[in-house]
Design a protein around this ligand. Structure first.
Ligand SMILES: Nc1nc2c(c(=O)[nH]1)N[C@H]1C(S)=C(S)[C@@H](COP(=O)(O)OP(=O)(O)OC[C@H]3O[C@@H](n4cnc5c(N)ncnc54)[C@H](O)[C@@H]3O)O[C@H]1N2
Ligand code: MOO
Length: 390
């Protein structure tokens, strides 16, 4: 069995770039820019008023000053700025060159067309031209685009963006015991839940998932599903990865020419994970136990998708402190489902006493996975530990 770190390197090496496509900016949420967005203009394009009030010269305060015109957003003041003058101005309006300050109307005394300002304070209330960005500014965040990124790119006057194509992920769950949610299970059957979770995790990472119809425990059924998955950037199988008589994934994938990168790793849960390539597609064979499948997807499938998108591959280990004592760890790197709470310096990590890899309710209550290396000695409450956010 190989280590989790070695397995991760082999999985990331399976990534081929997803390719690119051009899309409208309003379709860009969660997508990954591959070419920088380049600002077509300077923002703000002029010295802009940050307040509703009066534009004037600091040197002439406290006045009185004569109000000789008005500037509003979209309607600049075109006149001169003679000594002793001010103009009425509104937020977002260009400040004429002759003035160096805007005062809020709340602190201005006005009588007819004359104003006096006794306590103007420090703030000039002018946003200088180009203080956000200048024409030619380039933006290329190394993460999926967020709403504020879309606003920035729009303000840069860019309407279409080039993004990484969403990798196509075919999800192949199988087992004679499985029926889809909403179906009445016959004796011995259970509801298939893994495919829903794994598709959601693929989507979360930026891929376009497709859930294939549940496969039966026959080579013929699995071959049919693999044929439907052909052409996907990534094929993710779920279940049938272990050593039982019905665990056929390795056999069928092998018959189809899978080049195996590894099978089985020193990890808990998730020991029977398999990875490799079939034709054009990368392939991950996740174990069937629901928690094992989800933990493996977090540690291997999502990073692989991120690598295909050209993004730094997560997840990032964080530091916390143990909430209670733990016995020594076994011979596999162990990811414990755990709750987080606020601690004095670092978050407190409280692993559940029951770590059964089939219990989804426990996983749904977990905030994090506490990571313990293989052969980690017994640990005391308060010791530093590493965890992943779920
Ligand atoms: N003799 C051994 N038995 C097992 C070993 C072992 O080393 N020797 N490893 C155990 C470990 S660890 C795991 S994990 C499981 C993984 O087995 P498979 O990947 O072959 O998964 P299945 O046998 O197909 O299913 C396991 C379990 O999960 C349920 N399942 C499967 N698919 C789904 C789904 N889509 N939705 C919900 N639940 C699913 C399935 O019904 C089984 O209960 O093997 C251990 N055994
Ligand atoms: O490693 Mo299995 O994945 O314990 O449940």
């Amino acid at each position: 069995m190989i280590s989790v770190d070695d397995a991760r390197k082999l999985v990331l090496a399976l990534a081929r770039p997803a390719g690119t496509e051009e899309i409208a900016l309003d379709q860009g949420l969660g997508r990954t820019l591959v070419n920088p967005a380049v600002a077509g203009l300077t923002q703000p394009p002029f010295n802009a008023s940050a307040m509703d009030g009066y534009a004037l010269r600091s040197a002439e305060l406290p006045g009185p000053l004569q109000v000789i015109g008005t500037a509003a957003a979209g309607v600049p003041y075109e006149g001169g700025t003679p000594p002793g003058s001010a103009i009425r101005i509104f937020t977002g309006a260009p400040v004429p060159d002759g003035y160096d300050r805007v005062v809020m109307q709340e602190i201005v005394e006005r009588e007819g067309d004359r104003i006096t300002v006794r306590n103007a304070g420090e703030n000039l209330n002018i946003r200088p031209e180009g203080n956000d960005f200048k024409r030619g500014f380039e933006f290329l965040p190394q993460r999926p685009l967020r709403p504020a990124d879309l606003a920035l790119i729009a303000a840069m006057n860019v309407a279409r963006i080039t993004v990484a194509r969403r990798p196509r992920v075919a999800i192949l769950a199988g087992g004679d015991e499985l029926v889809p949610p909403g179906t009445e299970p016959a004796p011995g059957q259970i509801i298939s839940s893994n495919d829903i979770a794994i598709a959601a995790m693929a989507e979360e990472a930026g891929a376009a998932p497709e859930i294939l119809p549940l496969a039966r425990d026959t080579e013929e059924s699995l071959r049919d599903r693999f044929a439907r998955a052909a052409g996907a950037d990534l094929i993710v199988t779920i279940g049938g990865a272990s050593v039982g008589d019905h665990d056929l994934i390795a056999k069928v994938a092998g018959d189809l020419g899978m080049e195996r990168a590894f099978y089985k790793l020193a990890m808990r849960p998730g020991k029977p994970l398999m990875a490799g390539r079939i034709g054009r597609s990368a392939m991950l064979g996740l174990p069937g136990n629901p928690v094992s499948a989800i933990v493996c997807a977090k540690l291997f499938m999502q990073p692989l998708i991120q690598a295909m998108l050209g993004l730094p591959a997560g997840p990032v280990l964080q530091q916390g402190r143990l909430a209670h004592d733990l016995p020594p760890e076994g011979d596999r790197q162990h990811y414990h489902r755990a709750r987080l709470s606020a601690g004095d310096d670092l978050p407190l990590v409280d692993p559940f006493p029951d770590q059964d890899s089939a219990r989804l309710w426990l996983l749904a209550q977990a905030d994090a996975l506490l990571m313990r290396p293989a052969h980690d000695p017994a640990r005391k409450a308060g010791e530093k530990v590493q965890f992943l956010m779920l």
